[in-house]
Design a protein around this ligand. Structure first.
Ligand code: FES
Length: 119
């Protein structure tokens, strides 16, 4: 049994808009200004985090606006492009660097009918 997203659920993208490996940034209109999100495919699901490094709070992990967010030699890690902090894709927890004891802020998403929605 599948559950339909609530009628007011915000659609972020089509599932096929996400690369098979790596992430992509989406900027949504939020109540307090733009909300920058990182969406990544992980195993058979989609994970999402606020695109803000814990080293310098709020600094986007892709300062030049490009890249797929993954560490080039270990795709289980998200890499901050500013100073190289590493986060686990699965949980967002800091793995190494200037984020010790912290983690990326998770965002609940759901996949239905080939699209990704804010949950
Ligand atoms: S801003 Fe991300 S590691 Fe410094």
């Amino acid at each position: 049994m599948t559950t339909d997203p609530p009628a007011q659920a915000m659609r972020i993208c089509a599932l096929h808009d996400l690369p098979a490996q790596g992430g992509r940034e989406f900027v949504l209109a939020g109540r307090n200004g733009p909300l920058r999100l990182i969406l990544l495919r992980h195993a058979d699901r989609v994970v999402a985090y606020v695109n803000g490094c814990k080293h310098f709070t709020g600094t986007p992990l892709n300062p030049n606006g490009i890249g797929n967010f993954l560490h080039p030699r270990d795709p289980s890690l998200i890499r901050c492009g500013v100073h190289g902090a590493l986060y686990h894709v699965e949980t967002g927890a800091c793995a190494h660097g200037e984020c010790a004891g912290q983690g990326l802020d998770p965002v609940a998403v759901m996949v239905r009918d080939g699209a990704v929605f804010l949950a």
